[in-house]
Design a protein around this ligand. Structure first.
Ligand code: XMP
Length: 512
């Protein structure tokens, strides 16, 4: 069993980020509810405890508190923001409402480095977000750094190994914050830093087994990175108790269904049910041109097909989803924002409630790059774990206007060529997304001696970090030339290829 750092969660939006930073230092971290008993932490053998930040105020009577016995376990404790105020308040110091709410960047002046700030410069830019401050330190504590608004921005009781800081070392805006965390883990908790992703697999597998027992799990497999990694992980944990459902909505890319069948049915031997529902989706979409209407119809049909398919599987208790941590914050932090809604049909909406299924989300604590590493660890191919994002409504939002079988066929072939050339040139891995868009516009061309009147394909290649903003990618002309020549020569019905050179904002990545 790896050395474990317990992160007690007081409700900060950064709790998972703390856990992630700890993993970055090759140390295993586990998030516990804030009131977890010291006995339990002791039993779990934790070697350090971090008290997260949180939105509450220790001055309020009902604010969340840890078990006071955690301070007597002899295990090092680090309080961050609200965690620091808890230390001040619970160990006999004094906390008051700050007259200046410190929010955003501040400058930290280090007076004494101690083990926590070892190796850091005297001045550091740090990121704060809090309303209260400690004005009187508990006995045995000393302030070792200050900011403009607080003389006790970092405190320590080196004898009892209890530390606290007002700023958030886990966020990227805090300069060298990761070093502070590392100092706590290695210098103070004596962590060896030998944890790795393969250990995570063992722990996650055990957690899934403990949760699921002998019950049955259903997972909606889209073939994207997240659901694929979730499928591989859950299958490793519970084998045949998992059934995966893949909905072929007729809006997939070339050979997509076959690839999913090959990987999951043939290689992993997962019980995979494929709902071949293309005609049904196309029928429901007939005559519809409005992008949002198309999305709604596709989402609605998806839920219906999914529901019918899982009924045919028989009884199940859990619905597994490949929800990642960023999806979790997105829906919490900006609930009601269309960006969160966009993904809703992917997560099959109200289905779990209606079908009385419990949710199983084994990737909830992980970030995308960690999920990729986990996927590789589980034996998924590089190609699979580094796939570009693909929207739930698929080619449905890449055929502009009304969707027709003929248009889809053209788009599939063109897109296949684009992806082949992106991969061949090595540019696939350098960009966020690359895809073709079908334009239902006919233009004049000439092939051989003949005049043609054919369709237009737009090529869209973007660079991005999180899809919130994006730049069109500067692909070398020679590669673009090959792509254009191949699409026009090989895809019947196309006589013109155009390149999309717009950035987001003001454009979006998809055309619809
Ligand atoms: P936009 O076009 O809004 O896209 O710049 C941002 C990212 O989201 C993807 N996208 C979708 N994903 N359902 C999805 O699951 C959708 O309806 C949808 N629309 C856009 C898009 O591919 C890009 O990665």
């Amino acid at each position: 069993m790896s050395q474990t750092i317990a992160v007690l969660d007081f409700g900060s939006q950064y709790t998972q980020v703390i856990a992630r930073r700890i993993r970055e230092c090759s140390v295993y971290s586990k998030i516990y509810p804030f009131a977890t008993k010291a006995e339990k932490l002791k039993k779990d053998g934790v070697v350090g405890i971090i008290l997260s930040g949180g939105p509450s105020s220790v001055l309020l009577k009902d604010s969340p508190r840890p078990d006071p016995a955690i301070f007597k376990l002899g295990v090092p404790v680090l309080g961050i923001c609200y965690g620091l105020q808890l230390i001040g308040h619970m160990l006999g110091g004094k906390v008051e409402k700050s007259t200046h709410r410190e929010f955003g960047k501040g400058m930290l002046s280090v007076k004494k480095k101690g083990k926590l700030l070892a190796g850091l410069p005297k001045q550091l830019k740090v990121w704060n977000s809090h309303g209260d401050r400690v004005i009187e330190l508990p006995k045995g504590f000393e302030g070792i750094a200050s900011t403009e608004n607080s003389s006790v921005a970092v405190v320590q009781d080196a004898k009892r190994h209890i530390y606290g800081m007002q700023f958030h070392p886990e966020v990227v805006h805090s300069e060298r914050g990761i070093e502070v965390i590392k100092n706590f883990l290695v210098g103070i908790c004596k962590c060896k830093g030998d944890w790795q992703m393969s250990d995570y697999v063992d722990q996650a597998v055990q957690n899934i087994r403990d949760t699921v027992g002998d019950k049955r799990v259903i997972l909606g497999l889209s073939g994207g990175v997240d659901s694929s990694v979730a499928a591989a992980l859950i299958h490793k944990a519970i084998g045949d108790q998992l059934t995966c459902v893949f909905v072929d909505n007729g809006l997939l890319r070339k050979n997509e269904r076959q690839k999913v069948e090959q990987i999951f049915r043939e290689n992993f031997h997962i019980d995979l049910r494929v709902a071949k529902s293309g005609p049904r989706f196309l029928k429901a979409l007939k005559g519809v041109t409005d992008p949002e209407k198309k999305r709604k119809i596709i989402g609605r049909e998806f839920v219906k097909v999914f529901e019918e398919t899982i009924k045919s599987v028989g009884h199940a208790d859990y619905l597994a989803q490949g929800t990642l941590y960023p999806d979790v914050i997105e829906s919490v932090a900006i609930g009601g924002n269309p960006a969160a809604l966009i993904k809703s049909h992917h997560n099959v909406g109200g289905l779990p409630k209606r079908m009385k299924l419990k949710l199983l989300e084994p990737l909830r604590e992980l970030f995308k790059d960690e999920v990729r590493a986990l996927g590789e660890e589980l034996g998924l191919t590089r190609e699979m774990v580094w796939r570009h994002p693909f929207p739930g409504p698929g080619l449905g939002v890449r055929v502009i206007g009304e969707i027709k079988q003929k248009y889809l066929k053209i788009l599939r072939e063109a897109d296949h060529i684009l992806l082949e050339e992106m991969k061949r040139s090595g540019y696939y891995d350098k960009v966020w997304q690359a895809f073709c868009v079908f334009l239902p516009v006919q233009t004049v061309g000439v092939m051989g001696d003949e005049r043609t009147y054919d369709y237009v394909i737009a090529v869209r290649v973007v660079e991005s970090l999180d899809a919130m903003t994006a730049d069109w990618a500067h692909i070398p002309h020679s590669i673009l030339q090959t792509i254009s020549t191949r699409i026009i020569n090989e895809v019947s019905g196309v006589n013109r290829v155009v390149l999309d050179i717009s950035s987001k904002p003001p454009s979006t990545i998809e055309w619809e």
